[in-house]
Design a protein around this ligand. Structure first.
Ligand SMILES: [Zn+2]
Length: 341
């Protein structure tokens, strides 16, 4: 008799096209959590996801309100109390994208090219969270049961970034209690290389505003006599690094755990795939870093982001001041600025 996992796998292969169509429908919803005018779309994505989870035979599916966008919860606890419980985390919101950013096609109209889906959210995080939902469906609808209990916590504010997640978790500790938590929001480097991500770089966004003259000044009259806010900002940024490309912010490295020899060995074993190669080639002109640093070391990337801003809403001259708005992720900037995640 075939094992439950092999019948589940057979079910998922058989329904692969259907799963793909469902994912495409999900991807068409522009659930931009950072755009107030898209609030209805974020709500629609939560509804869509809850409905899809119900149709997948996941139980106790509920859209749970927070002070911001809701959490979608659901579970299947049929494995029993003596089996472990796995909590799957995912998010159904996305960041903005438009053809002006350099997309070849509408980011909210999925297209399949070379075996890959191109759409905003396909790899962050609608695609990944759907694999977990469909995996549970594949067990439940093929006459088997998952070997573990499963709970889903899908939030709608990861990209803004998660102001209401912590209070939500703290007020639902019993509901979310689990032995293991799986973050769906990561990736496999190649289709042949299953990956368990055990560590990511943290990230801090800092918004800096430098104020200067009360109004824009004519450079012919005033150039060289007034400290230009743009120049002041460049001076600030230039002091973030020393001549060895180390970060010169006092205390920055205090709590950094060095890469171990074991980790270096493991990283060295990784196959560099074509996407990585393209990214590294893109980086070569900009970064003084070896592969280990690119993959594992801390970095301060805001100077890089500033250098690469090129859109009207990325660098704003405001009344004689220079303002850096909250970073918007662009494909090109993302690849160059935070290759380690
Ligand atoms: Zn994500």
């Amino acid at each position: 008799m075939p094992s439950p996992s092999s019948t589940a796998r057979a079910y998922s292969r058989e329904h692969g096209d259907d799963f793909l169509d469902q994912l495409k429908a999900f991807l068409r919803i522009p659930s931009l959590s950072g755009s107030p005018d898209k609030a209805a779309d974020v709500a629609a994505a939560a509804e869509w996801l809850a409905e899809n989870m119900r149709a997948s035979s996941i139980e106790h599916v509920e859209i749970m309100q927070t002070a911001g966008h809701p959490v979608v919860y659901g579970d299947w606890l049929g494995a029993g109390p003596d089996k472990p419980t796995v909590l799957v985390y995912g998010h159904y919101d996305v960041v903005p994208a438009s053809k002006e950013d350099g997309w070849d096609s509408d980011p909210f109209e999925p297209v399949v090219k070379d075996g890959k889906i191109w759409a905003r959210g396909a790899t962050d995080d609608k695609g990944q969270l759907m694999t977990h939902v469909k995996a549970v469906e594949s067990y439940l609808k093929s006459g088997g049961v998952p070997p573990v209990n499963v709970k889903f916590l899908m939030e709608g504010e990861e990209e803004v970034p998660s102001p209401n997640l912590r209070p939500f978790i703290e007020s639902h500790l019993d509901l979310l209690a689990a032995d293991v938590c799986i973050i769906s929001d990561s990736s496999m480097r190649t289709i042949d290389e299953p990956a368990v991500t055990y560590s990511l770089r943290g990230m801090t966004y800092i918004e800096v505003t430098v104020e200067g003259p009360k109004d824009d000044l004519h450079s012919g009259f005033y150039g060289g006599t007034v400290h230009n806010p743009a120049l002041a900002l460049v001076e600030l940024l230039s002091e973030m690094f020393d001549e060895h490309n180390s970060i010169a912010v006092p205390g920055f490295y205090d709590d950094v755990v060095p890469i171990t020899d074991r980790e270096r060995e493991e990283i060295a074993k990784l196959v560099v795939c074509e996407d990585d190669r393209a990214t590294l080639e893109l980086l070569c002109d900009h970064l003084v870093a070896d592969r280990f640093e690119v993959l594992a070391a801390p970095t301060a990337s805001d100077a890089l982001r500033l250098c690469q801003y090129n859109g009207p809403d990325l660098l704003l001259l405001v009344e004689g001041g220079l303002e850096l708005p909250v970073v918007r992720t662009l494909r090109g900037v993302r690849a160059a600025a935070s290759p380690g995640g």
